[in-house]
Design a protein around this ligand. Sequence first.
Ligand code: ARG
Length: 471
Amino acid sequence: MTGGTGRLWGGRFEGASDETFRRFDCSFGFDRRLLPYELAVDRAWADALVDVGVLTGEEAARITAVLEEIGRQIEAEPGWLDRVEAEDLHGFVEAQLVERLGALGAKLHAGRSRSELIVADLRLFVKDAAADLQRHAARLVAALTDQAERHFGVPMAGLTHLQHAQPILFSHLLLAHAEAFRRDAERLSAAGRSADLSPLGAGAFAGSTLAIDRAKLAQALGFSGITANSIDAVGSRHFALEYLFAIELLALDLSRLAEDFILLASAEFGYLVLPDAYSTGSSMMPQKKNPDAWELIRGKSGRITGALVSLVVATKGLPSSYQRDLQEDKEPIFDATDQASAATEVAAGAVAATGIDAERMRKAAADPTLLATDAADYLVARGVPFREAHEIIGALVKEGERRGEAWNQLPLEVMRQFSPAFEPGWQHAVTVEAALERRSLAGGTGPAAVRAEIESCRCWLSEQSKGEGGE
Ligand code: ARG
């Protein structure tokens, strides 16, 4: 039935495959991961074949029973698939059906092609995986929001170009990361929606010859709709690229979070206290506690970029319709999924377990140079043009450096030589607290704005968990 090759396409072949090529051609080693989806698609297809009169209801029921049995066996016997020889997951299922049902097992493939099957399986996988990763990203947002709430009010020296810039609330920095992961979750959800169309009925590429009710079949598998063009349906992997790109941006955000935590936990900063549970020691230097969790997370982002790039390149320049190159989509998708999911989970745990040295942060936040912008604003409020105020404060900072004193400790007479707009008691208007308070517009580091952002994250999180319950 499968010709001389023992495979699904043997009829027109006489000779066997070259052994090296046969192994090269086989995808069962990795596409078996899609078996749960393949079995679901097969069950729905058996029902569709009843509707078009290819199978009787009784035949479909026998096929369905065996498909369910295969599913149970895979779960019960994890080593089973390692012992099986198969070209791909489609060949594996068909061989099992034939073995258990004889000729009836060979009826299921009527009117369809592996090219539509594989893309249906992959779309179902991407839908689930995107939803899983979305949940992981939400857990990370929750961990960041919790920490932002716990340490609310602690100021730190905010950095641009890694140089002291302006005071911020530590919570504001944590929430900057939370915002990024909220967007990642939204992007994953959008990628899941792009995958959510059933290609079944596309046939090899021109459409099935059986008058399958595609919408009904799609609905049976939980798809929201059907693809519009059969050539596009079997040939396009843009849904997978959208998913990989969503993961890529998640990985970049994880990498940035990792870098911030590594840096702020270094002895030079000493703002963060690395948790034992997410750190490792050195085999040689007894004193070491290393941020390996974060370093691995940062490292994974390169690997994930590799996955995205490999699928972009594999699909570039392909002609329309199915080409075997497309088999190369699965391994990068699986790897990026696994790495991103582990990295996000570890990041959420590490964020939650990290302690802070609030005293050290406060001390650094008291660096008077951080108030230079606010001092310029003080002069602006007294009528000095901003550019001039900028010059004046810059000159004062330099004068302070020359005298070996903090610029804001210079005597009032000296200050007034630089600008008569300085009034007695001016220092009370230019403090860390005032600097924070003044930035209370939406999205700023002012305490009221940061409170509002915590609230916004809480609302978003509760929406996310409602979405989960509804699914
Ligand atoms: N294994 C192939 C893939 O992963 C699908 C089956 C091959 N289809 C074909 N028409 N040769 O893309």
